[in-house]
Design a protein around this ligand. Sequence first.
Ligand code: S3P
Length: 430
Amino acid sequence: MKLVTNKQNLQGTLVIPADKSISHRSIMFGAMAHGTTTIHNFLRGEDCLSTLNAFKTLGVPIEDDGTVIRVYGQGLAALKPVDSPIDVGNSGTTIRLMMGILAGTDFTTVLTGDASLNKRPMARVMDPINQMNGAISGFEDTQFPPVTIKGQANLAPMTYEMPVASAQVKSAILFAALQAKGETVVIEKEPSRNHTEEMIRQFGGSIKVEGKNIHVKGPQTLKSQTVIVPGDISSAAFFLVAALLCKDSKIQLTNVGINPTRTGILEVIEAMGGTLELSQVDEINQSATITARSSELHGTTIGGAIIPRLIDELPIIALLATQANGQTIIRDAQELKVKETNRIDAVAKELTKMGASIKATDDGLIINGPTPLYGANVTSYGDHRIGMMLQIAALLVADGEVELEQAEAVSVSYPDFFTDLTKLLPGGAI
Ligand code: S3P
């Protein structure tokens, strides 16, 4: 994809597409529950469609009338075995959470993915679930997919101290805990996104959260619900940064999810001197309109407990830091190395090609700003968030022409990203 500089002021209002994490879980909870779950504003990106299709393949009736999605759940016992491996594409959330869901079935399932997913670590889920009497193995004695999940009737509860701060690992264990007989306690390393905990409650289950300790007593039966998915703050992040960086800009992003376990980026923008405003705050649905304006920015240090609360936003925060005055240090973010690509290396390498002063470290990045960016040949490495960050860099920050390889990766979470960006440019299409 050729991207020619089109620096403009950004203006207008955008409805941000639905949250990816909640969309995945809405299908999963709908399949586990009894009754008809109705999902409004489901994200029809490739990752969430992988989850939807996986459960359809397992025999769950799911209908999409183009507006709402209906999941006709009959509990986990109604899932049907599948002969061939289920391909979940690029989606780490699908494969990891399904390992927990399928751990207690009475059949064997094989889950596989694309080249990127099949290189991502699964021991972090396999090990704890196998400690619960699960029987999950990786490909040829490795920890990598395809993973084989031999369902076990007698999953056992456990107390588990998590070695990584990961909502995917936590969620997989909680799904297995809902099927195990007795109390499971998960102790988080740092609090990560809590959508699974919230949805266990929403679907009529019981869960107790005391600080970093999460208690679930199984087995539990869940009841179908209506789910209204808010916009994804991780998608909004790209436009927030774009507006901060472009002169004379003011944009409003509506219906953005503001669950506090996800809003680390808002705190970082504020710490860097950025101007943001929240309005129309809906406490019940945890959503708001966010207004962002062009701002004079300075560097900051990002590390510790905030990292899981902005883990997916770090690539676009790195771009923001290239234009801020002074040094930005990102630390404690080694988890970035095991995302859709090694995001520490990818961000450092591609932004260096465009002229940034950015250094990869063992657990993050050190960025010195501001530096002008210029045209270069760059790649997303097939990673949607690297692709969107590079599109913002190319169109709104850099001078000159950028050739972006594997631009299509954005469809994983935001198929209309380019069109939506265009809507905020008063000068029109790029
Ligand atoms: C997600 C959790 C995060 C995040 C991913 C979605 C989820 O992964 O990076 O995009 O929906 O639970 P980790 O739990 O591995 O950090």
